[in-house]
Design a protein around this ligand. Structure first.
Ligand code: NAD
Length: 325
């Protein structure tokens, strides 16, 4: 079989490619424009089972070509990261709306199964914790660009479910909650790699806001295993699943833990959100997933293990530093 991974040069995508190569006999086609992903993420692969193509999901013809050879599709390509969304709102919307529709429309031709990567962002600033898949969503105004990502991902879900219902397309949707691990870059506002990079450089760790906001961090290895299992499980088709750990960690606690594990002398500095993202910026205080639907369907959920996540990221960064010396 040939598996297409859009966004396969990105953080989660490259781990999924590794996983598919090691756990199946399938060939893998990566389709990525390298806007936030990097060729380095797949540079370790030494196999003729991977075909890496430079392409943009907004280009419908290129998507049709890539999908034509595929027996299954993981659609992970997206404009991601709060910084990216705020700075490039139009490109981000076009990527996340047109790109997804192009993939679903091309897949519908032969009913090629599709996994769609959605996000806990779709819950917006809801305070109905923990979030269940059928809960109401609470989004801010259209004048605040960060909500455009949530709105686009929610529309992607509507599209995926509509293609399932009207065109019989097998499609499984996962809402990822703060997936973290090696290869993730801090460049677009992701907190864990940013703290680790600051700590290893001996710089202060910059906590945005008062740091009491909490997130549940999910190891990328759990996320990709569950991604693979969801698309393989017919019972998951036409359904949306929360994929996240259930252990909330405050950003202050995360910063302290990173300082402890790296043994750095760095200190913690608090910076108001408005200074970084402008005056109308909004950031939800808490995010926590109800994963009972996932547990019922697959018999497993992501493990909660922040220390393992931090060790894996620090190991990677320390080894990189040693290799480049
Ligand atoms: P990432 O930026 O590393 O991966 C996205 C990939 O898509 C990159 O390789 C990028 O180059 C590629 N891409 C972007 N625009 C493209 C375009 N127009 N055409 C082709 N390729 C394009 O980010 P990630 O964290 O690996 O995210 C993967 C998916 O998971 C995304 O759909 C994202 O919305 C979703 N997600 C991630 C998280 C998380 O915590 N990491 C949380 C929720 C949802």
């Amino acid at each position: 079989m040939t598996i297409l991974v859009t966004g396969g040069s990105g953080f989660i995508g490259s781990h999924l490619v590794d996983h598919l190569l090691s756990e199946t006999n399938d060939d893998v086609v990566v389709f990525d424009d390298l806007s936030t992903g990097t060729a380095d993420n797949l540079a370790h692969l030494d196999t003729d089972r991977v075909d890496i193509r430079d392409g943009d999901v907004r280009d419908a013809d290129a998507v049709v070509d890539a999908v034509a050879d595929a027996d299954a599709i993981y659609h992970l390509a997206a404009a991601v990261g709060v910084k990216n969304i705020v700075e490039k709102p139009l490109t981000s919307l076009q990527t996340n709306l047109q790109g997804t529709e192009n993939v679903l429309e091309a897949a519908a031709e032969d009913r090629t199964p599709v996994f769609l990567a959605s996000s806990s962002e779709v819950y917006g600033k809801s305070e109905d914790f923990p979030f269940s898949e059928d809960d109401d969503r609470v989004l801010g105004p259209t004048s605040t660009p960060r909500w455009s990502y949530a709105a686009a991902k929610a529309t992607d879900e509507f599209l995926a479910l509509a293609y399932h219902d009207e065109r019989d397309l097998p499609v499984a949707v996962a809402r990822f909650f703060n997936v973290v691990g090696p290869r993730q870059t801090g460049q677009y506002g992701m907190v864990v790699p940013t703290f680790v990079e600051q700590a290893l450089a001996g710089e202060d760790l910059t906590v945005y806001g008062d740091g009491t906001q909490t997130r549940c961090f999910t190891h990328v290895s759990d996320a990709v295993e569950i991604t693979h299992e969801l698309l393989d499980a017919e019972v998951a088709h036409g359904e949306v699943f929360n994929v996240g750990s259930t252990e909330p960690t405050s950003i202050n606690d995360l910063a302290e833990r990173v300082i402890e594990v790296t043994g750095t002398d760095s200190e913690i500095t608090h910076v108001p959100f408005e200074e970084v993202y402008g005056k109308d910026f909004e950031e939800p205080d808490h995010r926590r997933a109800d994963v009972s639907k996932l547990r019922k369907t697959l018999g497993r959920v992501p493990e909660s293990n922040l220390d393992r996540i931090l060790h894996d990221i620090i190991d990677e960064r320390t080894n990189e530093a040693v290799v480049s010396e």
